[in-house]
Design a protein. Structure first.
Length: 336
């Protein structure tokens, strides 16, 4: 017997709330459990010297949003959806605003797909979904490369840090297998045939069309372009955490951030908590403790980086409230 949709939604929300609150409790306990903990420590983290690093973090994230939007635009164009960069940037910021308040940081992606449909009609739903999904995957894939590179360059000979290379290797291999399945005709056909045996016919047909869309990304030039853009985007977003660390007085080499933040970003992207809270802070606290960063500072860095994202996403809230994302004029959809 199928559950009532309302009951099902309530149970899923309760589960995500639990996944959010339980790690958050351990984060709190680790902070207040420190022998020299004092509530005044939180206020002492910030000073007049915190302003400039915070502003630099804002600039880094703002520039990364421009490069990320350009990557999204390239992927949409490969799907036959052509929109002006300024209009797409507005949709992108609306998505960022929703990402800050929806479970698992994926609510904004759903909103972007919906807005693409509003811009170009029903036929653009598949194109928007494919481009947005691939855009998210490629960003996580590329940030994993940073962790692997830092591990190979600086941490592979450190017994205390070497173990964290393995999660990055397995995640990297998983992404490689996924991209091979999505973009390969043979592997895509095998995957759809297997899934079609267990799924309804209508769902199987949609999967076939989805794999056909992903094969539009089989272009050396496109991969070179999005690799360059992802390098810039993900580097800048990791630097946001680095400058947030400087803002609270943490003097730590940037290589630690390029090694740890990718793992934190991947956990944050999982739709298992509310807005990524809880698991993100607990993992960051555990990882940065190995680099000698106190529990309070490691958590505040994550919260400050989130606050930077929230400040910039207010532009998306402004666009959303004005209804500027629903204008369908000017879209030339070439999707068949």
């Amino acid at each position: 017997m199928a559950l009532n949709p309302k009951i099902k939604s309530a149970l899923i929300f309760a589960l995500k709330l639990t996944v959010t609150l339980v790690p958050a409790y351990f984060v709190y306990r680790n902070i207040v459990g420190s022998p020299d903990w004092d509530s005044g420590d939180l206020y002492r983290l910030f000073s007049a010297k915190s302003v400039l690093p915070f502003v630099v973090a804002l600039v880094c994230l703002a520039v990364s949003n421009f490069t990320a939007c350009l990557q999204w635009k390239l992927l949409l164009e490969r799907q036959g959806v052509h929109l002006g960069y300024a209009r797409l940037l507005k949709l992108y910021y609306v998505g960022l605003f929703f990402n800050n308040f929806m479970p698992g940081n994926v609510g904004g992606d759903v909103k972007k797909v919906y807005d693409i449909r509003m811009q170009g009609g029903q036929d653009t739903v598949g194109a928007g979904l494919t481009a947005t999904f691939f855009d998210r995957l490629f960003g996580l894939f590329f940030v994993t490369l940073f962790a692997l590179a830092m591990g190979a360059l600086f941490f592979v000979h450190d017994d205390a840090q070497r173990a964290f290379v393995w999660p990055s290797i397995w995640i990297f291999l998983g992404f490689c297998a996924m991209f091979a399945g999505l973009c390969s005709k043979r592997l895509g056909r095998i995957a759809t045939n297997l899934m079609s045996r267990f799924l309804p016919k209508s769902v199987g047909e949609r999967l076939v069309r989805m794999f056909e869309r992903f094969r539009h990304f089989r272009s050396v030039k496109l991969w070179a372009q999005i690799s360059a853009l992802s390098f810039a985007t993900q580097s800048l977003r990791i630097l946001v955490h680095f400058f947030c660390g400087i803002a609270v007085g943490v003097e730590l080499s940037v290589s630690w951030y390029f090694y740890y933040i990718p793992l934190v970003a991947i956990v944050s992207a999982l739709p298992i908590s509310i807005g990524g809270f809880g698991p993100r802070e607990l993992l960051a606290q555990s990882l940065f403790a190995r680099a000698g960063v106190a529990s309070l500072e490691s958590v505040v860095i994550q919260l400050l980086a989130y606050f930077v994202s929230l400040v910039l996403s207010l532009f998306g809230a402004f666009v959303f409230l004005l209804g500027g994302n629903a204008n369908s004029a000017g879209c030339q959809d070439k999707q068949s």
